[in-house]
Design a protein around this ligand. Structure first.
Ligand SMILES: Cc1cc2nc3c(=O)[nH]c(=O)nc-3n(C[C@H](O)[C@H](O)[C@H](O)COP(=O)(O)O)c2cc1C
Length: 296
């Protein structure tokens, strides 16, 4: 058996989730390809030959990033192909459930049928930085939950996320973000005092939107997706992301390092943010993992 997951990931969270699925699928003998989605759609793998097909993306302004919509337009039509969606977001808000509506309708035109959809809360890459401990809790939760849910996908289980009142309208309205971000991307700037010209931003931009000439002059094109890869991974935090600069989060979370559980939690002013929604997310995830462990 073979599986393919078309993954777009700005700063790595969604790729981490997709990798967990790959690991779990391969334990069951399903050879899994993770296809990193980028602007050149000419080499898109044909989904036809795969037994399991998935699409994975980070939620941007309660929608799928525009590059996933381009993918849905470019992918080969395959009648009656069932697929699953994986998505990651920084908030556990139910309104995030509307994010796949447009993607699902574009894929439907190509003959695809949504079988299951799963949502993982991961450390925020925009607006504010979670503490390392919060980030680790999200990651540990995603690891435990995805093991259960990947097995559901293999078993062909249906899993739909609940709808949201006025959801279609909210998602449609917020698609304005995709236009706004392309404009905002033209206002990116680089702090020349900090920049070490490592070209990490230029080389990793999924849209090839950043150019640095031989004199070290930066040019920003009009295709920014606002995935934040350039600023998040900048080793010297030299990137300024236009009008959203005060929301910039820089530097990967130390998710692969063991945490010192005895270290005091640093105080930060976002402890109140979506507190009940996070508590509900963790409780529901724990409940599902425990039930799966008891074979319920
Ligand atoms: C431009 C932008 C918009 C975002 N909008 C949302 C949002 O509407 N809801 C949310 O919960 N998280 C939002 N986030 C946070 C990301 O969805 C979250 O950090 C995600 O895990 C990033 O995944 P990635 O590392 O694969 O890019 C947004 C992030 C960015 C950069």
């Amino acid at each position: 058996m073979r599986a393919i997951i078309y993954v777009f990931s700005g700063t790595g969270n969604t790729m981490r989730i997709a990798s967990l699925y790959k690991e779990e699928f391969e334990k069951s003998g399903v050879i899994t390809t993770l296809y990193p989605v980028h602007s050149d759609m000419s080499d898109l793998p044909d989904p036809e030959g795969y037994d399991y097909v998935g699409f994975a993306y980070p939620i941007h302004a309660f929608n799928a990033p525009e590059i996933m919509l381009s993918l849905a337009k470019a992918i080969k039509a395959v009648p009656h192909k069932e697929y699953f969606i994986l998505k990651s977001s920084g908030e556990p808000l139910k309104v995030n459930n509307v994010s796949s509506l447009r993607l699902v309708s574009l894929l439907k035109r190509k003959g695809f049928t949504l079988k299951s959809e799963y949502h993982y809360v991961m450390p925020y890459n925009m607006i504010f930085r979670h503490t390392d401990r919060e980030a680790m809790r999200m990651w540990e939760t995603a690891k435990a939950l995805s093991a259960v849910e990947a097995r559901e996908v293999l078993a062909g289980a249906m899993h739909k996320l609940p709808g949201v009142f006025f959801g279609r309208f909210i998602a449609w309205l917020l698609r304005i973000e995709q236009v706004a971000m392309r404009v905002n991307g033209r206002f990116f700037r680089v702090d020349k005092q900090k920049c070490i010209l490592c070209r990490k931003c230029e080389n990793s931009c999924p849209e090839g939107n950043i150019r640095i000439d031989e004199n070290g002059k930066f040019t920003f094109g009009k295709n920014c997706l606002m995935c934040a890869r350039c600023s998040f991974h900048c080793p010297t935090d030299a990137f300024k992301i236009g009008i959203l600069n005060s929301w910039r989060v820089n530097g990967a979370y130390p998710l692969d390092n063991p945490m010192d559980e005895t270290a005091p939690e640093p105080k930060h002013h976002h402890g109140w943010y979506c507190k009940r929604a996070y508590a509900r997310y963790f409780a529901e995830a724990q409940d599902k993992v425990e039930k799966a462990g008891k074979g319920q």
